[in-house]
Ligand binder design. Structure first.
Ligand SMILES: NC(=O)c1ccc[n+]([C@@H]2O[C@H](COP(=O)([O-])OP(=O)(O)OC[C@H]3O[C@@H](n4cnc5c(N)ncnc54)[C@H](O)[C@@H]3O)[C@@H](O)[C@H]2O)c1
Length: 146
């Protein structure tokens, strides 16, 4: 069974992109576009205090007639943050995401932020696990025929 630690190891870039809550929403959106990611972990004085995603921007800035340059992240971030530990399984993460309508989960170990997994990371893992099972079954079937 794949764990969060396994998924983190398979990510090409181990950096966790974080941002300060006093930063403007505009700068956060710029950073997300630059890094080609959909969410940032909001960190203040070394502590995780929130998450901000493209969805927060769409719903809390664009739809509410605020301006992204004048709004600090603190005003739109999602808090408190739901997180996972490295020993948890991909199934547990999927369940958490589905139940709570989340697409990103920070990974914490001993109070430290060590990674982030997204719904896309989990889907990628599930696809490769299924691919493996299909290949095993194909070998089994062709072995039976031979
Ligand atoms: N082929 C792959 O390896 C792969 C992996 C993940 C996502 N994707 C694709 O990317 C698209 C969007 O993915 P998504 O909805 O999962 O979200 P996303 O765009 O936020 O995530 C894309 C990748 O960036 C990473 N990421 C996002 N925010 C991060 C942060 N703050 N710090 C560190 N890493 C961060 C995620 O873990 C994921 O690996 C989808 O089309 C998905 O299929 C592909």
């Amino acid at each position: 069974m794949t764990t969060v630690a396994d998924i983190l190891k398979s990510k090409p870039d181990p950096t966790v992109y974080t941002i300060d809550p006093a930063t403007s929403v505009f700068e956060a959106v710029q950073l997300m576009a630059q890094k080609n990611i959909g969410a940032l972990v909001v960190v203040e004085h070394g502590q995780v205090v929130g998450m901000v995603s493209e969805r927060d921007y769409a719903r809390k800035i664009a739809l509410m007639a605020r301006t992204s340059r004048d709004t600090p992240l603190r005003d739109i971030m999602t808090s408190p943050v739901m997180y996972v530990r490295p020993q948890q399984t991909s199934e547990q993460c999927m369940a958490l995401m589905t139940e709570n309508r989340l697409r990103h989960l920070p990974v914490m170990e001993d109070g430290r932020l060590i990674g982030l997994i997204s719904i896309g990371d989990l889907v990628k893992d599930i696809i490769s696990e299924q691919q493996f099972i299909i290949e095993q079954l194909e070998h089994y079937i062709s072995g039976q025929r031979g």
